[in-house]
Design a protein around this ligand. Structure first.
Ligand code: THU
Length: 160
């Protein structure tokens, strides 16, 4: 028997003002699209903003459904649109913010497992890391320099 260990590291910022203007702008766009989320069942609104290497910004919010599993998270709404509309572009940065209609979300909200797997696909496809910044409504912002920190030991095409 042997043990292996995988380390993930993140940068933690006290608040969004500690980040560059570019990231503040990207996060602000995530906030604006978050407010347009369709979340009548969870009242939990998520916004995602992607900066592409062609300068475009692609936005997405969570879209829920009365048949719950048919809804989609903000991150995948955005990344699938980017993949559809700009298939040749690389996704450089991603800003994510979440807020509940019922209580204040102060903890940084990381993407769910299905979103991590979907983001991984595009990071591998483009062979360039995607910087991921995530926060709640206020407070700390986490930065992951690559999706790999969020999904160690991932399943990908090399196993097929
Ligand atoms: N949600 C996201 O949009 N992104 C995540 O990574 C986590 C969860 C959405 C899905 C659902 O509409 C609501 O948040 C509550 O789970």
């Amino acid at each position: 028997m042997k043990e292996i260990s995988i380390t993930s590291s993140f940068n933690v910022y006290d608040n969004i003002e500690e980040l560059s203007e570019e990231i503040q702008n990207l996060m602000q766009q995530a906030v604006e699209i978050r407010k347009k989320a369709y979340a009548p069942y969870s009242q939990f609104r998520v916004g995602a903003a992607l900066l592409l290497d062609n300068g475009e910004i692609v936005l997405g919010s969570n879209q829920e459904n009365a048949a719950y599993p048919s809804g989609l998270c903000a991150e995948r709404t955005a990344i699938f649109y980017a993949g559809s509309r700009y298939p040749e572009a690389k996704i450089l940065k991603m800003a994510i913010t979440a807020a509940s209609d019922t209580n204040q979300t102060t903890a940084p909200i990381p993407p769910c497992g299905s979103c991590r797997q979907s983001i991984a696909e595009y990071e591998i496809k483009q062979d360039t890391p995607i910087e991921i910044y995530f926060m709640g409504e206020i407070g700390e912002v986490y930065k992951s320099a690559s999706l790999k920190n969020l999904l160690p030991f991932m399943f990908d095409k090399k196993f097929l």
